[in-house]
Design a protein around this ligand. Structure first.
Ligand code: ADP
Ligand code: MG
Length: 367
């Protein structure tokens, strides 16, 4: 699947622009502050109804404009076209439209437009809190396992119920026990999806990483959020008084994590920024291969500021891996010369120049 056309209105400094990107490689170049990241941000908004730059959307809306809007036409894996629209005004009103209908949630958008972001903050996947790695993991599981979302919603409901019971004790013990059973069932289901996903991801990740950089002894492992030797209901029973003290449930899939280690050490404490970035790229590219294998089709890669922290050899290796994914890719850089050469002759590469919020296409992929 790919974006065949999109229009951006009142996002950051961007003029109202309509682009007809290449289904494969798109390079956006321009000076700092010209608006390159804002283009990726707009595509991200179209796919997830949120920004990757700020938690609030207000700063995304152009100064003195009432609302920002992004429209996109997507060619789905089966060849059908789908029209997406996302609009957000200053009062916080959100409108998500899919094929002329108002959509209920951003999950529907995400399903239509799976996005992968690689940007200068990507190293946080290794260094940051477990939540970031759980989001990474669950993105993958969500896109390949249709049972995941309902199970995850059941878990959230049961967990809210249990946490409220821990704090206020509103239900009698027997009624709460029924909720705990539901919690454990949803947890087992989520754990089995995540485990199967990591099992499939691992070999692809290792192969991809090998093509990018030599990091002998790097291992990826999955922690399910509670002791692997014991049943969750036993763990919950044993930690009840501590949970009551804290007012929330400590063990369970809401505590899952991915662990990247180099020998005995946490990889984030040993690797350079550049190496961390390559590890994250390998993880994200491996996810793309799994999405390609699943029926939903391919995802779109947003790669912001590609050359930063990568030398030429690694930049080329990364471009080759992105090219081999056969996905649509949007790459930004200051100097387009760095990315002009090296693509296979049959790969359609489109180049765009961004200047003061205006975008001109300098090389058409159909030329
Ligand atoms: N809400 C806004 N309205 C208008 N301009 C904005 C807004 N938010 C940011 N900008 C400006 O938009 C420009 C775009 O920045 P950015 O997309 O990050 O550029 P690049 O990635 O090319 O360096 C910046 O110069 C910034 O000052
Ligand atoms: Mg930028």
């Amino acid at each position: 699947m790919s974006l065949t056309r999109f229009t951006i209105t009142a996002v950051r400094n961007l003029q109202t622009v309509s682009l007809t990107p290449s289904p494969r490689i798109n390079i956006l170049s321009g000076d700092n502050g010209s608006g390159k990241t804002s283009v990726l941000e707009a595509i991200h908004l179209l796919g997830l109804a949120r920004s990757f730059r700020s938690t609030r959307l207000l700063p995304v809306i152009q100064y003195e404009q009432a609302a920002c809007t992004i429209h996109g036409q997507v060619q789905l894996a089966d060849g059908r076209m789908s029209n997406l629209g996302v609009s957000r005004d200053r009062q916080g009103e959100f409108i998500i439209r899919i094929d002329g209908q108002n959509a209920r949630s951003a999950a529907q958008l995400a399903e239509t437009l799976p996005l992968q972001l690689i940007n200068p903050d990507s190293f946080r996947l290794l260094e940051g809190a477990p939540k970031i790695r759980r989001q990474f993991l669950d993105w993958g599981v969500f896109h390949v396992e249709p049972g995941f979302l309902p199970a995850w919603q059941r878990l959230q409901k049961a967990l809210r119920q249990r946490n409220s019971w821990l704090r206020h004790g509103t239900l009698d013990r027997a009624s709460q026990a029924a909720w705990d059973r539901e919690l454990c069932l949803a947890s087992e289901e989520i754990d089995s999806y995540r485990r199967a996903y990591i099992k499939a991801l691992k070999p692809i990740f290792e192969r991809t990483l090998n093509e990018l950089v030599e990091l002998e002894g790097l291992t990826l492992s999955y922690y399910r959020g509670w002791d692997k030797e014991r049943e969750l209901n036993t763990v919950l029973a044993n930690s009840l008084s501590r949970d009551q003290q804290l007012g929330h449930t400590q063990a369970g899939p809401q505590r899952a994590d991915l662990r990247l280690r180099l020998g005995a050490h946490n990889a984030a404490e040993i690797l350079s920024r550049g190496q961390q970035k390559l590890v994250v790229c390998a993880l994200r590219i491996a996810q793309g291969h799994l999405v390609n294998q699943a029926k939903q089709g391919q995802c779109i890669y947003l790669v912001d500021d590609l050359p930063s922290e990568l030398d030429e050899q690694h930049r080329r290796a990364l471009c080759r891996l992105l090219e081999d994914l056969h996905c649509q890719v949007f790459i930004t850089c200051v100097d387009h010369e760095l990315l002009r050469e090296g693509w296979r002759t049959d790969t359609p590469v489109a180049m765009f120049h961004v200047e003061h919020g205006g975008i001109t296409q300098t090389h058409d992929h159909q030329e």
